[in-house]
Write a protein that binds this ligand. Structure first.
Ligand SMILES: [Fe+2]
Ligand SMILES: [Fe+2]
Length: 384
């Protein structure tokens, strides 16, 4: 059991996330992502590769089952989606706003006293267009993070069934990078660099020397959030190609998150309180980085809105905050299933309570998602 001494040794917010107050928007907005000038980005990878001589397929039955499902669930990004659909980005921004009036948080009282007060309709549409370019760019960069992390899991996880399954996920993630990149190039009007907070998180995940941290950071945290975000955008968008594309990606992501829970569940039962506490801190740091990226400072910068105005607008628009919290709806039940909410005297439960996200803990976890064990590809199943 965790003792008081252990709790006192826990790292502070400043040590974990670089600021004392998790809600300090000025600190969040002060970090803006830019492309590395050399056009690439290297991260040291400290996790040893692991051979196993135990080739006994099916030793981990739940992972074996997932692997067999994954082989039949593959789809083809080029031929299963209708890329002939024309996308008029400005028309999509207007149609989405009309279809989701509650999400339009730029009411006169929200923009009062900021530069947005002087924006005409065209400027708001431009903001919506930039918003799409930014969001899809972040999806694409995050997918590349998943591709790299999953290739790493193939190397580092000790069990053959997990190596087999992870190999199918590498293929899935290649397809996801491919579809978001193609959508950005052919249907939208510009790219954004990786958001600074997302970049810090992915660097931390890749650089960690413990194999389970790749899973915890990627499959549980990043992909858990992605699944909720894709679901939200899928529900909101009126654009048919993006809708279908997201639905197909979500079918794969459901499997990926289930892979994370199934792989870590047993392993975490064997860890000591001190080891679990390190995992809790890692999960908390990841949650904060992902919440921070939603401030989308790269868009505000491009629209030339000063930070003080961004803070005013963000604090006046409660819907945005609700959306940020909703993004944790997949993560919290999975952390609970892994025992991480309640380890170390419920330290992580307390952190998620402070963030306002604990209400989701009793939703079903990702091993119960229908898509995760569905038969056939989404194209064959005719999912919509
Ligand atoms: Fe993905
Ligand atoms: Fe994924």
């Amino acid at each position: 059991m965790t003792t008081l001494d252990d709790r006192e040794q826990m790292r502070s917010n400043t040590e974990l996330i670089g600021r004392a107050d998790v809600h300090d928007l000025e600190a969040v907005l002060s970090v803006v992502g830019h492309y590395d000038e050399e056009g690439h980005h290297g991260v040291p990878n400290n996790c040893p590769a692991e051979f196993t001589w135990d080739y006994n397929k099916g030793s981990k039955p739940s992972l074996d089952k997932l692997y067999e499902k994954a082989k039949k669930a593959q789809w083809n990004a080029q031929s299963d989606l209708d890329w002939s659909i024309e996308v008029d980005q400005e028309a999509v921004v207007i149609a989405n706003a009309d279809a989701n009036p509650a999400q339009m948080s730029f009411t006169p009282d929200v923009v009062a006293g900021t530069v947005l007060e002087k924006w005409d309709e065209q400027r708001f549409i431009e903001f919506g267009v930039q918003n799409q370019n930014w969001l899809l760019s972040q999806f694409m960069h995050g997918e590349q993070g998943a591709l790299i992390c999953t290739a790493k899991i193939v190397e580092t996880v000790p069990w053959i069934d997990a190596k087999y399954y992870a190999a199918t996920q590498v293929m899935d993630e290649a397809r996801h990078v491919e579809v978001f990149s193609k959508y950005l190039d052919e249907k939208l009007s510009g790219h954004y660099p990786m958001n600074a907070h997302l970049g810090m998180l992915l660097d931390d995940i890749v650089a960690d020397s413990r194999w389970d941290m790749t899973y915890l950071g990627m499959q549980i945290m990043v992909e858990g959030l992605a699944l909720a975000a894709f679901g939200f955008i899928h529900m909101m968008t009126t654009e048919p190609l993006l809708k279908k594309l997201l639905r197909y990606v979500m079918a794969d992501e459901a499997r990926h998150v289930a892979f994370g829970v199934l792989s870590l569940q047993e392993y975490y039962q064997e860890l000591s309180a001190a080891e679990l506490r390190e995992r809790q801190e890692f999960a908390y740091e990841a949650a904060v980085r992902m919440k921070d990226r939603m401030a989308m400072q790269e868009v505000w910068e491009r629209m030339e809105v000063p930070t003080s105005d961004v803070i005013k607008v963000m604090q006046a628009g409660p819907e945005q905050d609700d959306f940020q919290i909703l993004l944790f709806s997949k993560i919290v039940p999975n952390l609970r299933k892994l025992g991480l909410l309640d380890a170390a005297d419920g330290w992580l439960r307390q952190k998620f309570t402070e963030m306002g996200a604990i209400a989701f803990e009793h939703l079903s976890d990702s091993t119960e998602e229908e898509d995760a064990f569905a038969d056939g590809s989404p194209a064959e199943r005719g999912v919509a």
